[in-house]
Structures are given as C-alpha cells and as structure tokens.
Design a protein. Sequence first.
Length: 281
Amino acid sequence: MTSTKPRKSKAPSKLDAVDLSQRLDDEIYEQRLASLQERLQLMQQAYLLNDHKAVIVFEGWDAAGKGGTIRRMASVMDPRGLKVWPIGAPRTYYLKRHYLLRFWERLPADGTISIFDRSWYGRVMVERIEGFAEKAEWKRAYREINEFERLIVDNQTRIVKIFLHISPEEQLQRFEKRLRDPRKRWKLSYEDFRNRAKWDEYRAAIEEMLARTSTIAAPWHVVPANSKKFARVEALRIITETLCEGVSLEFPGLDPRIATEASKILKVKEDLISSMLGRTD
C-alpha cells in the first residue's frame, strides 16, 4: 500500500546558494576596505562612549580567511575596547564543566567588543564529527546555543555571526601555499588534512547548524570566500551595518570643563572652542 503521509521537503542548501565566483579588483578593494575601517573606528568610539557591547562570531572552513578578516578589523581598532578570542580545544578545567562556560567568561563588558575566532559552534561541528560529544549532547546543543544567544541579545549585546564558505578546490590551493611558505606554514595542522577527508560530513553538519541556529535575533551570514578580498570587505560590511544600526557615529561635543582649561592654558581661540562645544551662535 502506498503511504499517504506527506513527505518532509528537504531544506534548501544555504551553501549551494552562495556564489563563490564573486571578486573585487584591487582598487575597489582598497577603497572599500579603507572606508569600512574608518567606520569601524567611529563605531568603536560610539560603543566606548555609550556602553554598547557586541559579539562577533567567525566560523568557516579551514583556511577560509577568518584570521585575515579579523586582522583587518583589529589593526585599526583600539585594543583596550576589543578582545579577540582564538578558540581551540578546551583545557582539562573546561572539559569537566559545561561547554558554554568558557564562552560566558569571554563575553564583552559594557563599551567593548569580543571577537570569537571559532566559537561554541564547535559543539555541533568538530565535536560532533570527531566524536568528542555524544549524539545526545550535540543534538541538544542547538537548543542550548539558541537560548545562550537569546540571553546575550536580551542583555543588550549585539551579535553578528559570519560563516566563510570556500570550495574544496580553493581550500586545497591554500593548503599548498601555506605548505610552501615558511612564514605561513605554522597555520597548517594535522587536523586540517584529516578534517578535509571528512568534507561531506562537515558540510552536512554545517548545513544543519545554519538551518537550526539562524534566528531572528542572531542570524547567520554566509559569505563567499574563494576571493579573500571580496570576503573581507563583505564580512566587514555586514559587521558594520549590524553594529552601527541605530547608533550615532557623530563625534561627541567637548566637555565644557576641558574647554575652559584649554582656553586658559593653550589659548585656543573662542570661535574654535565654541565649535568644539557644538555652539553655532
């Protein structure tokens, strides 16, 4: 007898929908990068002055360009208000505790931004594929992660999640370049090659991760990264647009007390002091 029970339609692939052919020429790249970096500086100033805070999550394939994109951010921002957390295997201390603990401890204080180079999503990717988490553990992690991120957002913390997507062919080329360059050879690990052999398993895990943890409060942004320059600009565009929404990037007026002392000691002209204070009369 033929079953009349409707079949569940397969969710469309988020990775297949990404156009990996996108590129930027050098001149446009430099112009857009400079503009975005300037905006990042203004954004950070606004966050420091108004006690805003944010979390930026970078995930992606090995050699997808996470580090390079993060460097283009960190190089122009004040390190006193920015912390980059490179996430690897947990130490024994954390192995004996809930896996989210080490991320709770690294969430940003008021006025600061935390960048995670890999994150709590290891639970549903590497820990799932490599058997470091039991099936029941990584299956319930989707709910735990969504609740964790909801709590972050409810605590007035903005969150941006970037996944850098590359093709297996592009990854192989980057592995070879790293292998041949003594300055970049340190980036390669045994796990990089072992993980590559499980590409299809990781891809299935990534698709499920994107489908189950992209929420209204904390959506995923999948960025095509076969071109490093395109990926950097696109990732920074998404980050600045998200973190600047509803935030004034205007320079603050000068504290009147500072203006008074400056006029005495530096003999600054009155019209300049007035402009600093925001006066137009």
